[in-house]
Ligand binder design. Structure first.
Ligand code: PLP
Length: 396
């Protein structure tokens, strides 16, 4: 059968690893042009370099993020590796400054790859009392003069909202680039590139794909030089997303705003409900006035929502009781709320904080919820039944 154009409204999945070229001259031209690392090549050569299905999915993300370019990678971690490696040039680099409240996998990558293997000068900036002190940040940055500063808009699991607008302003005054992992906030709540950030990263495994069935990452930006360098790095280390995953992501991302806005609304209601429950000691959710960064969240996100993650701690008389309340809760809700170590799934899922973070967050009663887009009444009913049972048992 002959290849022919089909009147499909979608970009097909081009699984070719290599693309057919006409002759030696076309090949030479294509390879010469390839060194320019343009976002969408005139002639496709090899899928590890660029693939039309992947480029098409990237264009969908560019619309959502409102940016000049987006590059898809095989995971959030490979997006992080690509984004950071762009700043490594084989010479002595200025220090790289990371806020400490970032994804544990990123910290492990920094320690094991950037520090131990690549020998880079890594510095950390720590929050005080659940918030980042920007005067302290300005002092630190003026002394260190880092190449870039790396932040997550909403941290994990305490959901600290970083004042990205002011942080970016300060960094720019000192000639420091800004890289934001915006996975938890998503462009629905906030677009750091509009405030002058240089690179935005997402684990597309989470809200962009939104169904717990794709592992992917994306780097977004507006600066063409950064893009060319990122395309080059992604191609040489083979971080490019597969066409099958790109196709599925491009489909699933069409419902991103619907899903995420509903997840945010469910989370706001649930955080209020949990906050008034007598067997819960504390709830961390940036939309609660009691959260250290409520005002920053309000400033950054307006009325759109506060994300869809909630962390709470059981109020037991000692560690043993707290641990048993947590374990009991996990068991009681397990039909509807599964323990799955990820976030952004359609249904609400949970993670026991101490079991994952260990000594960093050792409170045994703490649970992190990734709130889904199920019917809210169903979600509250599952949780309230479990809490009432636990309350009856501990006789509060
Ligand atoms: N960034 C954040 C904020 C994350 O939570 C994660 C994973 O949980 C990652 C990056 C890494 O993403 P991936 O698991 O897709 O590599």
């Amino acid at each position: 059968m002959k290849k022919k154009e089909v009147n499909s409204s979608r970009m097909p999945v081009y699984r070719d690893s290599g693309f057919e070229l006409d002759d030696a001259k076309t090949t030479a031209d294509a390879f010469r042009k390839e060194t320019e690392h343009s976002r969408e090549p005139d002639v496709y050569i090899y899928s590890r370099y660029r693939n039309p299905t992947v480029v098409s999915a990237e264009e969908e993300i560019m619309k959502i993020e409102g940016c000049e370019w987006a590059l898809l990678t095989q995971s959030g971690m490979s997006a992080i590796d690509t984004a950071l490696s762009v700043f490594q040039n084989g010479k002595e680099t200025r220090p790289w400054l990371f806020f400490t409240e970032i994804y544990g996998g990123t910290i492990s990558f920094i320690e094991s790859v950037l520090k131990s293997r690549r020998g880079l000068d890594i510095q950390y900036f720590t929050p005080d009392n659940g918030n980042y002190d920007l005067d302290k940040f300005e002092k630190e940055i003026s002394v260190l003069k880092p190449e870039f500063v790396y932040i997550e808009t909403i941290s994990n699991p305490m959901l600290i909202v970083a004042d990205v607008a002011n942080i970016t302003g300060i960094a720019k005054q000192h000639g420091t680039k800004v890289i934001i992992d915006n996975t938890f906030a998503t462009p629905w709540l906030y677009k750091p590139l509009t405030e002058g950030a240089d690179i935005v990263i997402h684990s597309a495994t989470k809200y962009f794909s939104g169904h717990g069935n794709i592992t992917a990452g994306v780097i977004c930006g507006n600066d063409n030089k950064l893009m060319q360098s990122a395309i080059e790095y992604r191609k040489f280390v083979g971080h490019t997303l597969s066409p099958d995953d790109a196709y599925r992501l491009q489909t699933q991302i069409q419902t991103f705003k619907l899903r995420f806005s509903r997840q945010c609304s469910n989370a706001s209601k649930l955080a209020g409900y949990l906050n008034n429950n007598p067997i819960i000691k504390e709830v961390w959710f940036p939309g609660l006035k009691s959260h250290h960064t409520f005002h920053i969240a309000e400033k950054l996100f307006g009325k759109k929502g506060f994300g869809a993650m909630i962390t709470f701690d059981f109020d037991g008389k000692d560690k043993n009781e707290k641990r048993s309340m947590r374990d009991h809760f996990i068991k009681l809700v397990s039909e509807k709320i599964k323990l799955i170590p990820t976030l952004g799934d359609p249904h609400t899922i949970l993670m026991p904080v101490e079991a994952v973070w260990g000594t960093k967050y050792p409170e045994p009663g703490m649970i992190r919820l990734s709130v889904g887009f199920e019917e809210y009444s169903e979600l509250e009913s599952t949780i309230s039944k479990a809490l009432n049972k636990i309350k009856g048992q501990i006789k509060v």
